[in-house]
Design a protein around this ligand. Structure first.
Ligand SMILES: NC(=O)c1ccc[n+]([C@@H]2O[C@H](COP(=O)([O-])OP(=O)(O)OC[C@H]3O[C@@H](n4cnc5c(N)ncnc54)[C@H](O)[C@@H]3O)[C@@H](O)[C@H]2O)c1
Ligand SMILES: O=P(O)(O)OC[C@H](O)CO
Length: 307
């Protein structure tokens, strides 16, 4: 059945998702700060409001939507991969706080927008505490080139997409320094261990991180020059400054902000995050890429798995 969908954020991801929904004959209205349509007009009577806004804009946009006319049945979908710098909350937690009586669905997976725009096949996950709402969103986006799975662990799905961005920066550094395939495999695998350690403390289920939104997105993002986060790491390894890299980067690299928020969480909750810590120190120019590598390689020896 045709749905009326408001998509907030007309960047790379919002535009790609709008095109997927339109290809399935849904009525899509796209909003951006620079566009001609007002937020009020875009969300009016929308059965689904999907946010693909960069993390830094989510709280303000959610508050603006709150002052618009929204039907009680409207489903909110969040496709942002980040953490709020002030509150450390995830985007879905922000939307749920502002709209406590509405269903909130997280959409996340190995989804490099440029490949999807080219019509290449991809899969994703829609996760919600409300299974029926996740199934509605599944139907909206499913097609022969975009396979959509449901999941009941929204925080886990969201954190998979968010935490891998930091590992993608580290992977870019690894490739930029030409450290080889063994090093990359070790980094991504230990990165997944670190993601699971953080995710469990933040309320996610371990098994979610072995799925598309966890391991799947980690593999895609850590291995593709199309990833903006990977590009940040790769170019840091080549000697560019973060300011220079961000000035020429097409779109948002959420891992830079996420890394700072994670360091705050690490200190507050006493979670060991060695890779995240080295990425943070690199972004803050406290270490060089080579020093960050040495710090990781020369940590105390220990068992692979421990509590
Ligand atoms: N591009 C991808 O391949 C991809 C895939 C999956 C998820 N994502 C996630 O989707 C989000 C958006 O990514 P993108 O690639 O579309 O980024 P982008 O930079 O291309 O677009 C970001 C959008 O957010 C808007 N925005 C930024 N700050 C805002 C603010 N303060 N108020 C209102 N609007 C604001 C911008 O105007 C733009 O429309 C990110 O969290 C990203 O991690 C991206
Ligand atoms: O370009 P990135 O690094 O934001 O990655 C895009 C998507 O998150 C990949 O799933």
């Amino acid at each position: 059945m045709t749905k009326t969908i408001a998509i907030l954020g007309a960047g790379a991801w919002g535009t790609t998702l709008a095109n997927l929904a339109r290809a399935n004959d849904h009525q899509v209205r796209l909003w951006s700060r620079q566009g001609d349509l007002s937020l009020e007009d875009v969300v009016k009577n929308a059965e689904i409001v999907l946010s693909a806004i960069s993390m830094k804009g989510v709280q303000d946009v959610a508050l603006s939507v709150k002052s618009c006319q929204i039907s009680p049945q409207t489903i909110f979908v969040t496709a942002t991969k980040g953490l709020d710098a002030k509150t450390t909350r995830t985007p879905s937690q922000i939307w749920q706080t502002e709209f406590p009586d509405h269903s909130v669905v997280v959409l996340s997976g190995p989804n490099l927008s440029e490949e999807i725009s080219q019509g290449l096949p991809a899969a994703t996950v829609v996760a919600s505490k409300n299974t029926a709402a996740a199934q509605v969103v599944q139907q909206v986006f499913s097609s022969g080139r975009f396979r959509v799975y449901t999941n009941s662990d929204p925080v886990g799905v969201e954190l998979g997409g968010t935490l891998k961005n930091v590992m993608a920066i580290a992977s870019g550094v690894c490739d930029g320094l030409h450290l080889g395939t063994n090093a990359k495999a070790a980094l991504v695998t230990r990165g997944l261990t670190e993601i699971i350690r953080i995710g469990k403390v933040l309320g996610a289920k371990t098994e979610t991180f072995y799925g598309l939104s966890g391991l799947g997105d980690l593999l895609a993002t850590c291995n593709s020059p199309l990833s903006r986060n990977y590009q940040v790491g790769y170019q840091l390894a080549s000697g560019k400054t973060l300011t220079e890299i961000l000035a020429s980067l097409p779109g948002t690299a959420e891992g830079v902000n996420t890394c700072q928020v994670l360091m705050q969480i690490s200190q507050e909750q006493n979670i060991t995050m060695p890779i995240t810590e080295q990425v943070y120190r690199l972004l803050e120019t406290q270490v060089t890429p080579k020093q960050a590598l040495d710090e990781l390689m020369l940590r105390d020896t220990k068992p692979e798995y421990h509590q």
